[in-house]
Ligand binder design. Sequence first.
Ligand SMILES: [Zn+2]
Length: 253
Amino acid sequence: MELVLDFSIAKVYKNNSQRIRVITESWTSKNIYCSYCGKQICQYENNRPVADFYCNDDHEEYELKSKAGKIVSSILAGSYDKMIERITSEENPNLFLLSYFDKSVNNFCVIPKYLLTPSVIKKRKPLTDTARRAGWVGCNILVDNIPEIGKIFYVKNGIINDKRKVLEQFNKIAFLKQEKIESKGWILDVLKVVDEIGKDDFTLKDVYDFEQRLAKLHPDNNNVKAKIRQQLQILRNKGVIDFVSNGNYRRIK
Ligand SMILES: [Zn+2]
């Protein structure tokens, strides 16, 4: 894998976002493999509505979003209604996020399609009456709201990750594919809390400290503590965390 972006291929394009699109798509099709099976991905011809790449083997699709800068924390993602419709349908592609810095790829990660839940999509303010598309409502994907385990990096801070590790990590979170949106929401929210605790070893009390926030996110539930314990049990069964002793947990790397 080569991290330098080839800017010479897009000299004919005057529009900057179009140039970046051509350059980053070309880089991705040369360097990136399918997150599911590890085979080289293929690029769609232009003008596909959503997906940019696909895998010939398992037919998984990918959309690429690129951004200048060192990290991607939030990304503009077109119409809000279309996005909600898309993430709740079968047609939803996986998301590749690329950030570049100094003409070189600094970060490249995949977000599996089943982690794009409505809670990571934020509605933007409608366009004002003077705009050409007055009243149109766009959205952002809040990448920061996705737990770390759900962002699988091929390249992180300019360092290329081992392919075996990328596929392993991608596989680790795959159990969420089967979960319904509501239970998925709970698991992801608890994972996000574990991220924020920020330690490999943590206690049940550390997680309980976020009870208020989780209660706010799930107003219909009146036994948040029991729900927290249930999510930790699921994460243990799926090999994401370990039970060390009563009330003590450890993240599995
Ligand atoms: Zn594949």
